[in-house]
Design a protein around this ligand. Sequence first.
Ligand code: ATP
Length: 260
Amino acid sequence: MNEYTQPPIISMSGLEKWYGSKHILKGIDLDIYPGQIIGYIGPNGAGKSTTVKILCGLVGDFKGAVTVDGIDLRQNPLAVKAKIGYVPENAELYDVLTPMEYLDFVGKLYGMQEETIRTRAERLLTSFGLGDNKNKRMDTFSKGMRQKVLLIAGIIHNPSIIVLDEPLSGLDANAVITVKELISLLAQEGKTIFYCSHMMDVVEKISDRILLINEGSIVADGTFESLKNEHGDTLERIFARLTGGTDAGTGAAQILSALD
Ligand SMILES: Nc1ncnc2c1ncn2[C@@H]1O[C@H](COP(=O)(O)OP(=O)(O)OP(=O)(O)O)[C@@H](O)[C@H]1O
């Protein structure tokens, strides 16, 4: 199973997005193949979330074409949404609900049977250490607990593509390990993972293909090994070199001197 034997599961061509006069995405052409773990990295404001929100049908009014498993996003957004599980970075949860109620709501939006939702929700909540909290209102939850519920909501319908926007923010070290492991297992099952993150060490380890976006354009695309051979030894340095960033020492020194 690789890019040469199967058609792409996600195809973007000439993808452009403007917000008012701001040109956010400047022509993205990408073919992503089943089972790939894509690490999508780039500086703040580069366009990562915008790309994935378009892919997930949450942002419209774009130029270019997006197809998912051969389905055109513009023509059939509902069919595309059914194939994708989206885990946003900081979503508003319905705080007054319990995880079980929230997951029931989400599962029904995906047309799942009540019994399947309940069984899966209970098993997933237990796996994430939230079994004892499944019937507690989420307004009492910590950031990490909420993030876990969002993760579960993103995968409960067993989608073939999972899009994660900074899924590890707020998670403790144990949960980070669980999610990293989960991403690998999901990919082994043939699911495609599209993973936006600033955590270079994690991206380096789990991705089999890294995409670097800078100012709305993809400036690097390859395995970590191939990027390393071409651009530098660590993902942090590759990132800094290709996005015109300063090295960490210089940046920190500038901040400190601004306090003089
Ligand atoms: N709804 C919106 N209206 C206007 N501008 C927006 C909107 N959403 C995003 N932008 C702008 O689009 C640009 C790209 O934002 P985006 O959230 O895609 O970046 P990102 O790469 O995900 O950044 P970060 O790493 O900070 O999450 C930013 O300049 C942002 O201000």
